[in-house]
Design a protein around this ligand. Structure first.
Ligand code: PMP
Length: 410
């Protein structure tokens, strides 16, 4: 397992140093949300202690500092994903809001009856329900790229994709890394194929943005969405990246202060992107927190983080597969930093409750993937997910706990 210098990394995260009952905390619920390093927490305190002010319209010192901090965060986010310009970064509350923005703005303006929205069967509800809403509004229909295979072979049916990508497909939205299967989709290839029929592409990068380097220009997508809280940044801040020419051609989706150039009683004119899509007072502090988190991750090195998370997932996969009656979903080899599994005799909620007694934080349920779980014939799975501060001994603790649970329920 690639080492990130665990002792030092763990020391950066205050929340890790606690007990659950008598057991030291082993936090393996990182696909739901990650913890924040001291540098991010300090930046938040410093902002509220020294610079707190509203942005943009202020001409006083604090407002100018807050504005500079907010816009520096935008430039940092652009650099983080190799966007062509800071103006291509729209701050949102997270992945969910970013996808809703594309659906409500681009979708409502561009889709009509007869058009097709292409999704995949492994989408999180937040890359599914917004499209269902926009389909209802516009008369467009939704098609799904099937998930095929069993257990370790589960993945998108890439042979079916070319047949599904007909000229009626106007938009193809898909996840980079599945939060339930750990499958990593070949995003650049999917975008290239969509481009051939003129469809725009939307990538849900919620599970990948904190784990590996992302380059939107190399991937060739049109929109990419991610959440700060899954990559060591605060909750309530996220990013929608979009190609500038697309963003500038899109209508606003929310109205209010900050997004207008002129308002008259008879009507209004909009600012260009990104301001057009940021109505109201933005989340200044958490954007600055996101900036600090991006610095923190790049300091560790995102390639090293990917190797670290993959290494832990592979170790977990190998150790867990020795347990009797276990069904592990998703690839044996390279996968996102998570392992999702079901035990023959124990419901996921019982497994998670038992693991909590051992101080281990896991997640059990449908992971906002209800249609996929139904297709797999599973009510729920248990998910262990890893991040920069996890160590091989966390995996040992997980396996010991699972062994106890299997014994108890068999
Ligand atoms: N997509 C995927 C793949 C996710 O894992 C999640 C978070 N569980 C989301 C979207 C939604 O992210 P958020 O709740 O931060 O908007």
């Amino acid at each position: 397992v690639e080492t990130l210098g665990w002792k030092d990394v763990r020391a950066d995260f205050p929340v890790l140093h606690q007990h659950v009952g008598t057991k030291p905390l082993v936090y393996l619920d990182n696909a739901a949300t990650t913890h924040k390093p001291r540098s991010v927490i300090d930046v938040l305190s410093r902002f509220y202690e020294a610079d707190n002010s509203n942005v943009h319209r202020g001409l006083h010192a604090l407002s100018m500092r807050a504005t500079d901090g907010y816009e520096a965060a935008r430039a940092r986010a652009a650099k983080f994903i190799n966007a062509a310009a800071p103006e291509e970064i729209v701050f949102t509350r997270g992945t969910t809001e970013s996808i809703n923005l594309v659906a409500q703005s681009w979708g409502v303006a561009n889709l009509k009856a007869g058009d097709v929205i292409l999704l995949t069967e492994m989408e999180h509800h937040s890359n599914l329900v917004p499209w269902q809403l926009v389909a209802q509004r516009t008369g467009a229909t939704i098609r799904y790229v099937p998930v095929v295979g069993e257990n370790a072979e589960l993945g998108l049916d890439l042979d079916a994709l070319d047949k599904l990508l007909t000229p009626e497909v106007k938009l193809f939205a898909f996840t980079h890394i599945s939060n339930t299967l750990g499958v990593i989709n070949p995003v650049a290839d999917l975008c290239a194929r969509a481009k051939k029929v003129g469809a725009i592409t939307v990538i849900d990068a919620a599970q990948s943005s904190g784990h590996e380097p992302l380059d939107v220009q190399a991937i060739g997508c049109d929109f990419l969405a991610f959440s700060g809280h899954k990559m060591a940044a605060p909750t309530g801040i996220g990013v929608l990246w979009g190609r500038r020419e697309l963003l500038d051609a899109m209508p606003p989706w929310q109205g209010g202060g900050g997004m207008i150039s002129v308002v008259e009683f008879s009507g209004s004119k909009w600012k260009p992107s990104p301001e057009r899509f940021e109505a109201g007072t933005p989340n200044v502090a958490d954007a600055i927190g996101l900036h600090a988190a991006m610095d923190y991750l790049d300091n560790l090195g995102r390639e090293k983080i990917a190797a670290h998370d993959d290494g832990l997932a592979e170790k977990a996969y190998a150790a867990l597969s020795e347990l009797p009656g276990i069904r592990i979903l998703g690839p044996k080899g390279k996968r996102g930093g998570l392992v999702s599994f079901a035990l023959k005799d124990a419901h996921a909620h019982d497994v998670v409750t038992f693991a909590d007694q051992d101080g281990i934080a896991l997640r059990g349920g449908h992971h906002c993937n209800q249609p996929l779980m139904k297709k797999l014939g599973l009510p729920s799975t248990v998910r262990a997910s890893f991040y920069v501060y996890n160590t091989p001994s966390d995996i040992d603790a997980l396996v010991t706990s699972m062994r106890r649970i299997v014994k108890f329920f068999s």
